[in-house]
Design a protein around this ligand. Structure first.
Ligand SMILES: *[C@@H]1O[C@H](CO)[C@@H](O)[C@H](O)[C@H]1NC(C)=O
Length: 244
């Protein structure tokens, strides 16, 4: 109740429309807690954006007995930088609401992707993303569209933050398991690991050299004997922190 009250109180004061033009304050990347952590961002880099992502993790099963193999991901990204509990400005959320926001989004809103009727939670390969639109979530003010996460034609994980003129073409440089109490997602399969992603040196990034995936919900593959052989798409949400 306290957190909900704080939510209302802070927005009542702020007025919903005013965007924050100030650069993000020094915000601290969350930790998994109680175990190995991702390497912290180098102090030479600054935080550019925090995105809330909502989409799917793709997998294939080569057989009904093998492990599901990750093949890619698609997500719509929303700009939540000014909502971080320690951000400057008046739109900030309480830590409780902030830490639950990916999970809240996963369970509250439908996937923001054009569906593929033949695949459960699938997205249309020809045209996966609908027209950009803001995120509406409970009583929160409108959260602005920021960009897309997808795998490019070379299967390279890519973040295109169109609205902020930032781009990241990355490779995985670190991973740790999500906390035990993380949201296991709509299929109950588990929360995907937290990641450190670094610029891959292909010269495609713009203003971003590191991306962290933290506070994940859902996204882990179903077992191949459950999924059957073939492709599967698993809904997930997460925060992505962009540094450059
Ligand atoms: C993910 O799977 C969907 C089908 O659900 C497909 O449309 C999309 O192209 C796939 N994307 C990647 C990057 O694997």
């Amino acid at each position: 109740m306290v957190s909900v009250w704080k939510l209302f109180a802070s927005f009542a004061v702020a007025g919903f429309a005013a965007p924050s033009c100030r650069p993000p304050a020094t915000l601290t990347l969350p930790k998994v807690g109680g175990g190995t952590e991702l390497p912290p961002p180098p102090p030479t880099l600054t935080l550019k954006k925090i995105a809330l992502g909502h989409g799917i993790q793709n997998y294939t099963c080569e057989s009904t007995t093998g492990e599901a193999k990750a093949t890619g991901a698609l997500a719509v990204l929303y700009d939540v930088t000014s909502l971080h509990p320690s951000a400057t400005g008046r739109n900030t959320l309480s830590p409780i609401v902030w830490n639950k926001l990916p999970s809240t989004l996963l369970w509250t809103n439908p996937l923001p992707l054009n569906p593929l009727p033949t695949v459960h939670f699938g997205a249309d390969p020809a045209n996966p993303f609908p027209e950009p639109s803001s995120l509406r979530l409970h009583s929160l003010p409108e959260i602005k569209f920021l960009g897309h996460h997808f795998f490019d034609a070379q299967s390279t994980p890519t973040f295109d933050l169109k609205i902020a003129n930032l781009k990241a073409s990355v490779a995985k440089t670190g991973a740790v398991d999500a906390p035990r109490n993380a949201d296991k997602g709509i299929l109950g399969t588990g929360a995907v690991s937290w990641l450190e992603l670094g610029d891959n040196g292909k010269g495609l990034s713009q203003g971003v050299s590191k991306v962290y995936r933290v506070i994940t919900a859902g996204g882990v593959a179903q077992k191949c004997e459950v999924a059957g052989a073939g492709a599967q798409s698993v809904p997930y949400t997460t925060y992505y922190w962009f540094y450059g």
